[in-house]
Design a protein around this ligand. Structure first.
Ligand code: GRF
Length: 202
């Protein structure tokens, strides 16, 4: 299964994919794209010998045109699964139509709680005691797509967003790489009676 990863920042989730699944079990990362030419994620991909490309919106007519350019590049690279790993952009519906049920995202809360940006800060401000992460299919909403897998951690005294993110990152790396492997194996499907319910055969 050929994977394309989109990332805007640090790229630690990309690194986990490169280290743990790339080149194994028939999984290959063939393209890494970003909206930010200076993203550390692109550097990580280059180091791993994976083709990279930046798509700043300023170089395109608008966001939709940019997203179509990204989709075209991923398709030309043979991408079968798109992983949004810290990609800080909403993707246009026209992009999703090119990869139906083939775009996944990792989000640092237990969805449907605290979608969107600043989600860890929102969870702390709300006073939650259990934090967590979600890997889900991407649909046209903001972090609203069908949930594939979640993991939680008790942090009853959390007040510092950076400390929470640091606690969540290893969970993200484990769960995201796990899900990529499961999808590659054909183990992830949908309940025919309720397409919101993702069925994982382990
Ligand atoms: C992760 O926390 C992810 O949940 C969120 O963006 C962050 C990306 O981290 N969507 P990294 O760039 O993979 O280190």
């Amino acid at each position: 299964m050929k994977i394309g990863v989109l990332a805007s920042g640090e790229g630690s989730n990309l690194q986990a994919i490169l280290d743990r699944v790339h080149g194994r079990e028939g999984v290959e990362v063939v393209a890494v794209g970003s909206d930010k030419p200076g993203a550390r994620a692109l550097e990580r991909a280059r180091t791993a010998g994976v083709p990279v490309r930046a798509f700043p919106v300023a170089e395109h007519a608008d966001r939709r045109a940019r997203d179509l350019a990204v989709a075209g590049w991923l398709e030309a690279s043979g991408v079968e699964l798109v992983v949004l790993a810290g990609y800080m952009q909403l993707v246009d519906p026209a992009f999703l139509a090119r990869f139906p049920r083939r775009v996944i995202n990792v989000h640092p809360t237990l969805l449907p709680a605290f979608p969107g940006i600043g989600s860890v800060e929102q969870a702390i401000a709300y006073g939650v005691k259990v934090f967590g992460i979600t890997v889900h299919f991407v649909d046209e909403g903001v972090d609203t797509g069908p949930i594939i897998a979640q993991r939680a951690i008790d942090l009853p005294d959390a007040t510092d967003p950076d400390a929470v993110r640091a606690a969540l990152h290893p969970l993200e790396h484990d769960l995201l790489t796990d899900v990529v492997r499961l999808i590659a194996r054909g183990a992830v499907g949908f309940d025919p009676d309720n397409p919101r319910r993702v069925v994982v055969r382990r």
